[in-house]
Design a protein around this ligand. Sequence first.
Ligand code: HSE
Length: 373
Amino acid sequence: MLKVGFIGWRGMVGSVLMDRMKAENDFNGFDALFASTSQVGQAAPDVGLETPPLQDAFDIKILSDMDIIVTCQGGGYTKKVYPDLRAAGWKGYWLDAASALRMDPDSIIVLDPVNRDVIDQGLADGVKNYIGGNCTVSLMLMAIGSLFKKGYIEWLTSMTYQASSGAGANNMRELIRQMTALGAAGKDLLADPASSILDLDRNVTHAMRAEDFPRENFGAALAGSLIPWIDSPLESGQTREEWKGFAETNKILGNATPIPIDGICVRIGTMRCHSQALTIKLTRDVPIHEIESVIADANDWVKLVPNTKEDTLKYLSPAAVSGGLEIPVGRIRKLNTGPEFLSLFTVGDQLLWGAAEPIRRILKIVIGHLTAG
Ligand code: HSE
């Protein structure tokens, strides 16, 4: 029986992964071992399997006994443990939601509905590290990876609307605390139908600028505002999040000649859905009906949303998508800059296709590979 070790299963991405694995009845066909960085010896989670108590996630000897390790513990853990594990001679499969090993030449970024061919080639070639991609990149490729594969895209810009979940669980809590503070600042004037809208606006703006407005995690107001900066600065003037759009997309697709991709990544006050407005320079004047059918046929989760107000409001928003696997793509039209310029808008759950789902699926793929024949 294969041995699969799980680390970081209690955090936000890890919990979503566990829920999805239970929902899909994935906990079978292997022995599961749960390890912890802080709660060694406590009971492992109930996944319907006989599992020993929590093991020490830093114990290289215990980890070395695994055929596959699945970690959602974060990049710090990966950087600390992974090199020692390989140095100890471990030859198993490392499946990781964190970014630490993504651009490593020995790693494949996994998004199997888009790059199953790259994954299969990697398995055949003996690649042992399979890493989940940046959430924004994965969601963009679930939406329009098929346009890249058809060779329709000369370059692309992505203007993002990224959820608080991408910054972490504490940020999600802080967003709601900020919203609560704004609600409190507006409460009395809202209760009075005769109150002045400019007074209401003044109160709310004053609250979001106040010393005691909760901003320890974001460093700024997000509720009632936005933050056009995600991750660390690079020499190029991009943020790291913006750089990933180019670097990871081209790596996922296995492009020998990289396609130019850039944009501005913006944090907005949503909980767990990232949205993106894409402007695409097509390699030729591809008709809209052809674009739509290539997008619609790409995978089981992408959904075309007709370019009407009614459909857009109903289907193309974080409120509609949150907690689900659907990837709606709408507002599809040619820009008036010319017939080779395409515009569209897409939304996806950052914790599902943006994080846990590609890891859940690569685990099944690796298990299938190891048990085949
Ligand atoms: N870096 C992303 C964000 C989340 O901050 O939204 C992880 O891919």
